[in-house]
Design a binder for this molecule. Structure first.
Ligand SMILES: [Zn+2]
Length: 248
């Protein structure tokens, strides 16, 4: 019984942490904190769309470090977040365009390009937060085959996609089950993500993952759904950190 309750975790993450979205990130931290405290993973983009760089020594860099000091986990989340590569296969092209509105940065990268973005982003964040990063999540949770190989080489302890969490270091799968997330771009997408969240938060998953994005905060219906999802998720699980999965 003790073992079961150890395994039951609520994992909350904030995507697209960047100087571009600083005020939205503050609002999202305020939204999550009553439910999970500082047990939040921030998915940080080193240079969102190529024009919102995280600069060493900047005020935003100092904030990142204080979040990390407070116990918030810091994940590398792509480098530019934008998909600027040409996709080989028609199905990759379709996935990149339709599923992500061009945000699947790590879907079409060569192994070499993926490796260099991982190395550069990792070095920047490590220097800014003064400790190793906790993991990597590809933008839109989309990984091409070459990016997966680069990730395995990069000695990063944790990664996740839509359906699972794993360790690129060991290849071990650490958790299974869909991540609950909200789409805000259109009314129809908002409606379908509200319906999906309402269904998914009732699933008897040991590890319930909830991922929020900066634009979510501008839509009161999404905010209410996020709060309700966290409340239900926390009712039979403890708020945890991704790194708990490595020791569970
Ligand atoms: Zn993202």
């Amino acid at each position: 019984m003790g073992v079961m309750s150890q395994r039951k975790l609520l994992l909350a993450s904030i995507h697209d942490v960047s100087p571009r979205f600083e005020s939205e990130v503050d609002d999202l931290v305020d939204l999550l904190r009553p439910h999970v405290g500082e047990r939040i993973a921030m998915l940080v983009v080193p240079n969102h769309w190529g024009d919102a760089p995280i600069v060493r020594g900047s005020a935003f860099a100092t904030r990142l470090r204080s979040w990390a000091d407070a116990g918030i986990e810091i994940f590398l989340h792509g480098f530019y977040h934008r998909d600027d590569s040409r996709h080989g296969g028609a199905s990759d092209r379709f996935r990149a365009r339709v599923m992500t509105a061009g945000e699947g940065e790590f879907l079409g990268l060569s192994r070499l390009d993926a490796s260099s973005r991982l190395a550069e982003g990792n070095a920047l964040l490590e220097e800014v937060i003064g400790r190793p990063i906790d993991g990597f999540v590809a933008p839109a949770w989309l990984y091409g085959a070459d990016a997966l190989e680069a990730l395995a080489d990069a000695r990063i302890p944790l990664a996740e996609d839509h359906f699972r969490v794993w360790s690129p270091l060991t290849g071990r799968e650490l958790a299974r089950g869909p991540v609950i997330t909200w789409a805000s771009r259109t009314k129809m997408r908002r409606a379908s993500s509200l319906a999906a969240a309402a269904a998914l938060r009732r699933l008897p998953l040991d590890v319930l993952r909830v991922g929020v994005h900066p634009p979510d905060i501008r839509h009161p219906a999404l905010v209410r759904s996020i709060q309700k999802t966290l409340r239900i998720g926390a009712s039979c699980r403890r708020a945890g950190r991704y790194s708990d999965l490595l020791t569970a």
